[in-house]
Design a binder for this molecule. Structure first.
Ligand code: ZN
Length: 487
């Protein structure tokens, strides 16, 4: 069998795995887990808040599919991010920040809850957050904050993820079809910034502290920045690759020069940077009683010429897809680079700390001020080999241990990377059975309430039958229907 055919089969299996819906299983373990978790949450909400928030407002900006090493403040040679670089000069830039998953929905839910995916339970791209899972938005809402979001990725629409219900204002006007998948909808950065500014300038209550989350989609493939975007990037020598290696939804007919795809990805970043700069400029011009907390990050990275499929994400736990930018600005924290190990789960406790609210539940994340260079960070990604299971990793500053398993809670293969000497993870090394990261990962796999890392309570199709609001527009309905989300 030729390499090309084998690769085609692998990619097909992987694509099927992305939308795999698990068969019904005994979900007793998960129910027991959820009941214990829920009773904790109910206790929390039945008790009066012990502390009042300090009224600091918060702006959280997420940019979908953004690799840190394609940004100026992380050392990129191209000038892709002048506006964010200027913002970073007065911020802490975390060089070792990781997402919990290379997939939008599980990662964003980790960001808004402080939990790893095995604890918040959202493992799939099209999966709503459990009704009783508490998010940072709920904490802020209870503390009297105005909570607003502007999202531009169809999977963050309220009917898909149910996050919108948590906010007092949720702009999900996502209606631009992708070039090669017309049922996948997005909204460009210019319109996203316009919507955020409309809320900031005209809709919010000026006297109330607020939490505003703005999610941009543009660096997500296909890479086709609008015609008025900065298009300053070109390469000298072409890098021809087998077209089959390029993700189908990103692939342009006849374009096999991988360097051209990188140029176009960078153009998307530069375009988004311009629009993030426009939002930050207006935000910084607002009058605040106390200086606000501002965070810029991403939900996951993107393979360039790496991983099982070029110019894509969603699988495995390579740094290309789970290493993320994290830039935090507040006058009380020192500006500059930080090598503390940080996770997207740290954003919830960090926000709570900066607004003066306690963190009553044991979260997986810690505040960025409590993170340390010696910490280990957890992440998981769908196994691209088609086993139907996951790759799970624990990453420290020096080593990265990975354990693979299929559709059961039985660890199979394992390997590790010596990050100090092999930062691009080219040389997998054997793992000792007694290594603490390996033991921790095996315990985590065996005790996961979702066998194989797939939600057992979402038996075939069940999660696709939620009520759909009457005001869901026709395009959104078509998108949800095409993915089996609604009938
Ligand atoms: Zn994403």
């Amino acid at each position: 069998m030729t390499h090309k055919i084998l690769l085609g089969i692998l990619v097909s299996v992987a694509v099927v795995a992305m939308y795999f819906k698990p068969a019904p299983r005994d979900s007793q373990a998960r129910q027991t887990y959820r009941e214990a978790h829920l009773s904790k949450l109910q206790d929390f909400f039945s008790e009066p808040a012990t502390q009042e928030a300090n009224g600091n407002s918060v702006l959280l900006i997420t940019i979908d599919t953004l690799r840190p090493d394609n940004l100026g403040m992380y050392g990129y040679s191209r000038n892709t991010s002048p506006k964010m670089d200027a913002f970073a000069k007065s911020s802490t830039v975390f060089s070792r920040a990781y997402s919990t998953a290379p997939l939008t929905t599980p990662s964003i839910v980790s960001m808004l809850t402080g939990f790893n995916p095995n604890r918040h339970g959202v493992r799939l791209l099209w999966q709503p957050i459990d009704r009783d899972t508490i998010t940072v938005v709920d904490y802020l809402h209870r503390a009297g904050y105005e909570t607003a979001a502007v999202v531009s990725n169809i999977v963050l629409g309220n009917e898909a993820c149910k996050l919108g219900d948590r906010f007092s204002f949720y702009d999900e006007n996502v209606d631009e079809p992708e070039a090669h998948r017309p049922d996948m909808l997005e909204r460009c950065a210019r319109r996203t910034t316009d919507a955020a500014l409309e809320w900031l300038q005209n809709r919010r209550e000026p006297e109330r502290p607020f939490f505003l989350w703005v999610h941009y989609i543009d660096p997500h493939g296909p890479y086709d920045a609008p015609s008025d975007a900065p298009k300053d990037f070109s390469h000298d020598a072409p890098v021809p690759v087998d077209m089959e290696r390029i993700a189908e939804y990103v692939r342009e007919p006849e374009l096999s020069d991988a360097a051209e795809y990188v140029d176009r990805y960078d153009e998307e970043i530069a375009y988004t940077d311009r629009e993030v700069g426009r939002l930050l400029a207006k935000f910084d011009g607002l009058k605040f009683g106390q200086p606000p907390l501002t965070i810029v990050t991403s939900d996951h990275g993107e393979n360039m010429m790496e991983g099982h499929t070029y110019f894509s994400h969603g699988y495995d736990v390579n740094n290309a897809v789970i290493h993320i930018p994290l830039i935090v600005r507040h006058p009380s924290i020192k500006a500059g680079m930080s090598d503390r190990m940080t996770s997207i789960t740290d954003i919830t406790p960090t926000i709570l700390e900066f607004v003066g609210l306690p963190v009553p539940l044991p979260l997986d994340g810690v505040t960025v001020s409590q993170s340390s260079p010696s910490r280990t960070i957890y992440a998981e990604g769908l196994d691209s080999s088609g086993s139907g299971g996951l790759h799970r990793t624990l990453i420290s500053a020096m080593t990265k241990t990975v354990v693979q398993h299929g559709r059961s809670n039985v660890p199979r293969d394992n390997w590790r990377f010596d990050l100090a000497n092999d930062p691009t993870q080219q040389n997998p090394l054997p793992v000792s059975d007694s290594a603490s990261e390996y033991v921790q990962l095996c315990n985590l796999i065996r005790s996961d309430p979702d066998p194989g890392g797939r939600p057992t309570h979402l038996a075939n199709g069940q999660h696709n039958h939620g009520p759909v609001a009457g005001n869901t527009d026709a395009k959104t309905m078509r998108a949800l229907r095409s993915l089996g989300y609604v009938e």
